[in-house]
Design a protein around this ligand. Structure first.
Ligand SMILES: [Zn+2]
Length: 389
């Protein structure tokens, strides 16, 4: 079975003077439109508590173009302008879902100059790429071949601070083969002393040399060996509170591992489930379900009142796996019901706002939940459908 996977290739190109002028003008208009839409969204939000959507900002763009002072917006292709409104929509969405900070205004100096073109705004034929409002194709240095038959769906042109020009072509690749199904699942804990600890008890060391290569090998292996991979939904935002941990997490290249697991799982037909970051994975006994009172980071092994002795990280990985499997069975997110502001806001980030790969079971079944309060062990982790928000 084949699956469609989005891939992109980036190349350097050398614009003619006319092309450089056209692109610079487009970059300026993209930035202007983005900032004006952000301004409008900010006002709507702060003054009226209103969330503007893409359509509202798109209608504004039409109005702006009709005014005399903004008539220059008509001189460039409208597609990159629309695309920048779509990007802003995504950025606001991530903010509302508490996954990102509020979007920032684009400045001339700080922001990357770029413009995104979709199918209707470029022509790609016989290896020649021509953008809207241009007569000649771009002079692209094809440093590696675009796979045969690949038809770009999106083209992004950018210029870096050193005045070098790049074009990135995104296309859908149907050649990625799915692996045969297996029934194995693994829970993965991100650690300080080890890069990863698996629910199987295996510990994977932090890479010393050729880091990226190492990460590729690990993630490919994990995806090949397991049908379901359960990870903790640790975001950088949550890590900032604890600097030591934040440091370790970034050292451990967690974001990179996560993204590798995500796209490789898509390639090979596996699923990655992210369980809630409030899961008390370190403190919960994976044998009896008792919750230890406190678990400072220096505690590496502990013994539960049920006599089970745990390696801190392996125990955590087992709890992560169990929570992920519970989510699969229930078709629900694993979200503790807590009466703390943090817990409540986490509960409000609904399944519909998560990425599809987070939990294949949560799609279309948004309003169910699994209660982790009062604390229960994974063997007793039962589905509780119909928990309302
Ligand atoms: Zn126990």
């Amino acid at each position: 079975m084949n699956t469609l996977v989005k891939r992109s290739f980036k190349y350097r190109f050398y614009p003619t003077e006319a092309q450089a002028a056209e692109l610079s003008r487009t970059f300026g208009c993209v930035r202007k439109v983005y900032n004006m839409a952000l301004q409008a969204r900010t006002e709507a939000w702060t003054l009226r508590g209103e969330r503007l959507d893409y359509n509202a900002t798109s209608a504004m763009l039409t109005t702006w173009k009709r005014t005399e002072e903004l008539s220059f917006l008509n001189e460039v292709s409208s597609v990159p302008l629309q695309q920048s409104l779509r990007h802003l929509q995504k950025a606001c969405f991530r903010f509302w879902a508490k996954r990102a900070k509020y979007p920032r205004f684009k400045s001339c100096k700080r922001s990357r100059a770029s413009a995104e073109y979709t199918r209707s705004a470029f022509r790609f034929r016989d290896g020649a790429l021509t953008l809207a409002k241009m007569r000649e194709p771009l002079d692209i240095r094809w440093s590696r071949p675009l796979p045969e038959g690949a038809m770009p769906s999106t083209v992004t042109v950018s210029r870096d601070p050193a005045e070098r020009w790049f074009v990135s072509l995104r296309y859908e690749d149907s050649s990625a083969r799915q692996l045969p199904l297996t029934d194995t699942a693994v829970g993965i804990d991100v650690g300080l002393n080890h890069l990863l600890t698996l629910s199987t008890g295996e510990k994977i060391a932090n890479p010393r040399h050729q880091r990226r290569d190492h990460l590729h090998k690990i993630t490919t292996r994990l995806v090949r060996e397991n049908q379901t991979l359960v990870i903790e939904d640790l975001t950088v935002r949550n890590m900032v509170k604890n600097r030591t941990l934040a440091h370790a997490i970034s050292d451990a290249s967690w974001a990179e591992i996560r993204s590798m697991l995500k796209y490789k799982a898509a390639w090979y037909g596996r699923s990655v489930i992210a369980v809630d970051r409030w899961l008390p994975s370190s403190k919960l006994c994976s044998v009896c379900g008792a919750l230890a009172a406190a678990m400072p980071l220096r505690v590496r092994t502990w013994t539960c009142s049920c006599d089970a002795t745990h390696d801190r990280d392996v125990n955590a990985a087992r709890n992560i796996l169990a929570a992920g499997l519970a989510a699969t069975v229930c078709g629900a997110d694993v979200r503790p019901q807590r009466n703390t502001p943090g817990g409540q806001s986490a509960a409000k980030q609904k399944a519909s706002q998560r990425e599809p790969w987070d939990s294949p079971c949560s799609q279309g079944r948004g309003s169910q939940g699994v209660s982790l309060q009062p604390p229960v062990g994974w063997k007793q982790l039962l589905c509780r459908p119909g928990v309302s928000r």
